[in-house]
Write a protein that binds this ligand. Structure first.
Ligand code: HC0
Ligand code: SF4
Length: 572
């Protein structure tokens, strides 16, 4: 530890602290813009400058380490003026059409900084860029809003190891772009949206599909069905200033009915169905000597990453469609027949924490008899926006239940939304099937938590099941390389986003001021495990709606009908 002084306050802090961290100890939050803990620690925006006694120039607090005897001043006139000038220079080039910016209803970090630094006038005459927008199926990039903080570049390159965007050119011509100025859609971008999660302004956002949903809702001839992913329920409240990770399942169902959806279903039912199919696939591969490890296929960012980077290993992927796609296929067949509705009149909307799900739903193989399984995917943010737009006071809503005939899903379906959840859900079911009994101990702590790669050996019947879980594509790459090199597992779960879906690219944005000090993923995961513990049925194979679905319609898990409706294939 070292002794330092900040604004005259003496403190004793670990020597690996930066000035930014040390200042936080004495309740001073130094403003930052480019800094994102563990993601982007480059000190390029100069917003966090401070005076250090004896140093000739101002220092960037986010990267400058503390040292014995250091004296720091965080708000001298020189510091305040330097921060203001830096911000005014950024603002002078920025397209400040805030009224029409996607970030205007959420907190824009640039706006709040201008506020915090009392910038009431921009003293520099900058030039504003006029570049075309890059609009993909999932992601929109607006270079005119970009402030070159490089947070997206770091997320894509360092965390995801995809690296399709980078800083190009110099001076005023500097911009963030894909190689050869390609549209992201023409690159190996996996649509994970992690770049959006870290963007401080409106330069990156999902492609909005809200209008299509309103159109369907307003059409009296269309039966509009909505399904909500596991991770949405522990994040949607954040759009309405509720604490991070608060479960709002009941309020969300109430709001969806108020918006005008005809039926409100739970993707967790699809997750239970996935476990039945994937569990059968796993047992089949273990018993029949099939390709192992079996690797989960529910994260579309991961699937695209695998297709681009590990095309030689596609036979490891489970052939299961992801839960919301399976559920969409069931809605347009079984549900349509049961309720006597023309499947062409059913419009399925999936609310997902994920931007890649928009791309997934648009893949041509994701259909049954030429009808797309899912018509539109909305992100959690888009749902929040719809609720906000019509003026619903979300935090004050009462609770409602999901609709029948699918009712409430199992707790295993709920935990799908966090890293390790699909693995745990599968183990709960596979253990009961192979042991031919119902286990009382089914909380698999060893696959929970935020470690990048988790490895566990679980004894089931006479088998020692070797399991591995990776989240974030950088970790996925490491694990895949180990498997390619010969490391043996039976079952592997991979989710594209760090933390799993709870931290998906479509979740409510948490600003760097929050992300730098709180692990958002931990709070949201807690919410899911809490919901799991509160559910009456906690194993997928005990979900009565799923049992009934097999009895009345599908036959057996892994059977012919399942294969036609619920499974897919991949492209090299
Ligand atoms: Fe997920 Fe899913 S758990 S991918 O993370 O498997 O997006 O929440 O909906 O489909 O169920 C996302 C979350 C889902 C799917 C489920 C899976
Ligand atoms: Fe990179 Fe993901 Fe953003 Fe694509 S969506 S540019 S892969 S971070």
């Amino acid at each position: 530890k070292v002794h330092i002084t900040i604004d005259g306050i003496k403190l004793y802090v670990p020597e690996n602290y930066t000035i930014l961290e040390a200042a936080k100890e004495v309740n001073i939050t130094i403003p930052t813009l480019c800094f994102l803990k563990d993601v982007n620690e480059v000190g390029c925006c100069r917003m966090c400058v401070v005076e250090v006694k004896g140093a000739r120039a101002l220092q960037a607090a986010c990267v400058h380490p503390v040292s014995e005897g250091m004296e720091v001043f965080t708000h001298t006139p020189k510091v305040m003026e330097a921060r203001k000038v830096n911000l005014e220079l950024i603002l002078s080039n920025h397209n400040s059409m805030c009224q029409t910016c996607t970030r205007s209803w959420m907190d824009c970090e640039l706006q709040s900084l201008a506020n915090k630094l009392s910038v009431d006038n921009v003293r520099f005459e900058g030039e504003q860029k006029k570049q075309p927008l890059d609009i993909g199926v999932s992601i929109v990039r607006d270079p005119n809003k970009c402030i070159l903080c490089r947070r997206c570049v770091s997320a894509c390159k360092n965390i995801q190891t995809v690296g399709v965007i980078d800083c190009v050119n110099r001076g005023f011509e500097t911009k963030i772009a894909a190689p050869f100025n390609l549209s992201l859609a023409d690159t190996p971008c996996v649509n994970c949206g992690q770049c959006i999660n870290y963007c401080p302004v409106g330069a990156l956002h999902e492609k909005s599909d809200i209008d299509q949903v309103w159109e369907a809702i307003y059409d009296p001839d269309t039966h509009v069905v909505v399904q909500t992913a596991p991770a949405v329920r522990v994040a949607l409240g954040e759009d309405f200033e509720m604490p991070i990770g608060t479960p709002v399942t009941g309020k969300m169902v109430t709001a969806l009915r108020m918006l005008g959806f005809d039926k409100v279903f739970d993707t967790d039912t699809g997750a239970d169905l996935t476990i039945m199919e994937e569990g059968a696939e796993l047992i089949d591969r273990i018993r029949g000597g099939g390709t192992l490890p079996l690797i989960t296929s529910c994260s579309p960012g991961w699937i695209k990453f695998c297709e681009h980077n590990f095309p030689d290993m596609l036979d490891h992927l489970s052939s299961c469609k992801s839960p919301h796609q399976m559920f969409g296929a069931v809605l347009k067949t079984y549900y349509a027949q049961k309720e006597g509705i023309d499947p062409d009149k059913i419009f399925v909307v999936s609310v997902m924490p994920c931007t890649a799900k928009k791309f997934e739903a648009s893949r041509p193989e994701m259909n049954v008899d030429g009808r797309p399984d899912v018509d539109v995917v909305l992100t959690t943010r888009e749902l929040g926006k719809m609720i906000y737009d019509v003026g619903i006071d979300f935090p004050d809503l009462g609770d409602s239940d999901f609709d029948d005939p699918f009712g409430n899903a199992s707790g295993a379906g709920v935990i799908f939304g966090t890293t390790g959840g699909v693995m745990e859900a599968a183990l709960r079911t596979v253990a009961d099937i192979l042991n031919d009994s119902s286990a009382d101990n089914f909380e698999y702590e060893e696959v929970r938590g935020l470690e990048g790669i988790k490895i566990a050996t679980v004894e089931i019947a006479d088998l020692k099941v070797r399991a591995a879980v990776a989240h974030g594509l950088g970790n996925a790459r490491k694990l895949m390389e180990a498997i390619r090199a010969g490391e043996e597992f039976h079952f592997v779960e991979i989710m594209a986003c760090p933390g799993g879906c709870i931290n998906g690219g479509g979740q409510p944005l948490q600003l760097s001021d929050v992300r730098n000090w709180i692990d958002v993923r931990e709070e949201r995961a807690k919410g899911l495990y809490k919901e799991d513990r509160a559910t009456y049925i906690r194993k997928s194979h005990n979900n009565p709606a799923v049992k009934k679905l097999y009895k009345e319609f599908l036959g057996m898990a892994g059977g012919k009908k399942s294969h036609d409706l619920l499974h897919t294939h991949y492209h090299e």
